[in-house]
Design a protein around this ligand. Structure first.
Ligand SMILES: *Cc1c(COP(=O)(O)O)cnc(C)c1O
Length: 364
């Protein structure tokens, strides 16, 4: 039988019907599609960082528990001994670990919609049923009563709440999250990928609820290339997840680099502050463009709506003008919506000027 024949015979139908995750090659375009921090490690720190890497013994396996890094991160977060900490190869891998640990044919994952696509994808890979509660179409607010009713009806093993949410950029009210954590029978993951850009956090509340685990990542903060995420929760949860984690999931160079970054956390905090200031400026500029409606954001990106039916044309017009953003306009609930990551001031200016002409061309 041909390879394709064997694939048709053996690869699970749910997987065969998927499209592989497609990321366009940005070439020389201005890259504002993936919530990356536009700033690199400052030149004056590169030497010290390389010195640190020089000492890493690459002939040895990494420390399977990343002890040195964990110590630094615990101090940085002020974690008490009653809490556990687990690292993932990006928070994507942590989502996979949670769902492998809690999966099963009769198990449900519950999340608002639209939200981060990997919750749904990994639920599918791990064989859990994925249930969505739609956000209000006009402002992406959560219908808390509908969410509580879904918890009652579905008894989900896992609830994911991106806090703030991707791709909408807004944050649920804290009180809504508290009510959901009170009501949920299993695990509630509060995903704080955008913590450096947000005005609230549940990190200090971990331990107050039996089901609450808070997840974060180094990616959006300036180290997307490292692939490092972490989750904090009651020890019993983290010990269960540790059983599923592959022993050497965090390589030695990542462990050393992340520890170095934590020693210089002020650098990353300054970069995040600069991005938040730029976010306000871009948001105001978008609001002044005729026919453009930006949504509120506590992240490093802005979701905005363009005139009806023009989403794809405006995205293509930006791409033709050398600016890559994210087209969400074909997703249910996100009609006419595009998402731009906040970049450096000159990148944002180039985006705004390309958007102005792309809008005119699309409307003509
Ligand atoms: C980007 C993102 C992640 C994934 O982060 P990685 O650590 O890079 O895997 C997780 N959750 C949300 C909501 C995100 O937007």
């Amino acid at each position: 039988m041909s390879p394709a024949g064997r694939v048709a015979r053996w690869v699970r139908p749910q997987i065969r019907s998927l499209q592989a995750y497609h990321v366009p090659d940005p070439g020389d375009a201005i890259k504002l599609d993936a919530m990356e921090n536009p700033y690199r490690l400052p030149a004056e720190l590169v030497g010290a960082w390389l010195e640190r890497l020089r000492a890493v013994p690459l002939n040895r396996y990494p420390d399977p528990t990343a002890r040195a890094l964990a110590g630094r991160l615990r101090a940085y977060l002020g974690l008490g001994d009653e809490l556990g900490l687990i690292f993932g190869n990006g928070s994507d891998e942590l989502i996979q670990i949670f769902l492998l640990a809690l999966g099963g044919a009769d198990r449900v994952v519950l999340a608002p919609s639209p939200t981060f696509v990997m919750y749904r994808m990994i639920a599918l890979f791990a064989g859990l049923r994925y249930v969505e509660v739609p956000l209000r179409p006009e402002d992406f607010a959560l219908d808390t009563d509908a969410m509580l009713a879904a918890i009652e009806a579905e008894r989900p093993a896992v609830v994911f709440l991106a806090y703030p949410n991707n791709p909408t950029g807004n944050r649920l009210p804290r009180e809504a999250v508290e009510r959901i954590v009170e009501a949920a029978p299993g695990l509630v993951v509060v995903d704080e990928a955008y913590a450096p850009f947000a005005e609230d956090s549940f990190m200090d509340a971990v331990g107050q609820w039996d089901g609450l685990v808070v997840m974060r990542t180094f990616s959006k903060q300036g180290l997307a290339g490292l692939r490092l995420g972490y989750a904090v929760g009651p020890r019993a949860w983290i010990e269960a997840f540790e059983k599923v984690r592959l022993p050497y999931n965090i390589d030695s160079l990542t462990q050393a680099s992340a520890a170095f970054a934590l020693e210089h956390s002020a650098v990353f905090e300054t970069q995040a502050a600069r991005i938040r200031a730029e976010r306000a400026r871009v948001q105001a500029a978008l609001a002044r463009l005729p026919g453009v409606a930006p949504f509120a954001s506590e992240t490093n990106f802005i979701l905005f709506r363009v005139p009806r039916g023009l989403g794809r044309a405006v995205f293509d017009g930006l791409w033709a003008r050398g600016v890559l953003i994210k087209d969400l306009s074909t997703q249910a609930g996100l009609e006419d919506c595009l998402r731009v990551t906040v970049g450096r001031p000159e990148e944002n200016d180039a985006f705004l000027s390309a958007l102005r002409s792309a809008l005119e061309a699309a409307a003509a």
